[in-house]
Design a protein around this ligand. Sequence first.
Ligand code: NAP
Ligand code: G4F
Length: 337
Amino acid sequence: MKTAFITGVTGQDGAYLAKLLLEKGYEVHGGVRRISQPETTRLDLLGVTKDVVLHEFDLGETNNIFRTIDRVKPDEFYNLAAQSFVGASWELPVYTADVDGMAVVRILDTLRTLSPETRFYQASTSEMFGLVQEVPQSETTRLYPRSPYGVAKVYGHYITMNYRESFGLHASSGILFNHESPLRGKEFVTRKITLGLAALAHGGTDAVELGNMDAQRDWGFAGDYVEGMWRMLQQDEADDYVLATGTTTTIRDFFTFAGEALGMDLEWSGEAENETATDKKTGKLLMKVNPKFYRPAEVDLLLGDASKARETLGWAPKVDIRQLAEMMAKSDFDALK
Ligand code: NAP
Ligand code: G4F
């Protein structure tokens, strides 16, 4: 039986990955940071909480990382924990640099010392492409991060490559484009939209307030992406891979798809700060722009080229953008019943 350790096991990806690895017969360990109210909602929703061995774990604490790796000595180590909300990273730039950047070398250096045979996965991100230097973006596209989060993740990405090249660690980076699910955090735009629309569909009256409606994202389903993470660690040689769908969608179109999944007929009007969406059937205001959600610097367009993952890992996403919007909208609608 293989053993895996997942940092961020209580997060969206951590929960889906824990379930996948348990189904594959792994002994799954996960890191949980100390908070006042222990929180395993996502693991509970997937029905796997009791099957995961939970360890008190914080990315900021070097000796805690050292002791945890010493105790578990996993065959595979997935580093998914992070301050993952881009919007918060301008308010928390130092913390984000520590947790999303420095913590990666804390883990790698501990593995090098205590468990060099462990295979390592780093959760890199399309946010590193930022002000994109080519379209679509692949493993060779020049990085140009646009947020403190993106800058911190660039450090994590390069230090993973560096430990692979310096010490021969089996260390891979997955450059994952946005991936969502009914377990997505409520502050991310897709979930904010599906939760808001579900409440409106149940008779609520609060329009969803959003920022930049023109940004485009290459959105996939988190369940598909954790399969790609696992495949990376099954390769003889460690490497870096983009996981993406190859389709990009505006925030506006995602909103439309989610609204349509709930039986709404959307009408858009106005521009920029005056843009609104109403339901033609009911006349209800569904969306208005609130500039407080604009970011100091924006990533306008993400579109990934996952050919390398397709050819080497045999990986391909199964859920398209309309299916994703429908899955999330209906899940939130049902949960609010
Ligand atoms: P998420 O839902 O926000 O989960 C983040 C996890 O990290 C949570 O379990 C959180 O614990 C944990 N965490 C945060 N700070 C920590 C700390 N100091 N010590 C230990 N654990 C800590 O994120 P996700 O969407 O699953 O993303 C997983 C990883 O992939 C992240 O590294 C993210 O940056 C990266 N990524 C995500 C996407 C995406 O579209 N989802 C795309 C590319 C890359 P709590 O439960 O206590 O908050
Ligand atoms: O949903 P978002 O907050 O995701 P973002 O910034 O793309 O980051 C996510 O994907 C990254 C991969 O590229 C991950 F690394 C990262 O951890 C995270 O999972 O925002 C998406 C877009 C942005 O352009 C934002 O400006 O939606 C726009 N947006 C418009 N109104 C909004 C809102 N975003 C949020 N969160 N809230 C709004 O009201």
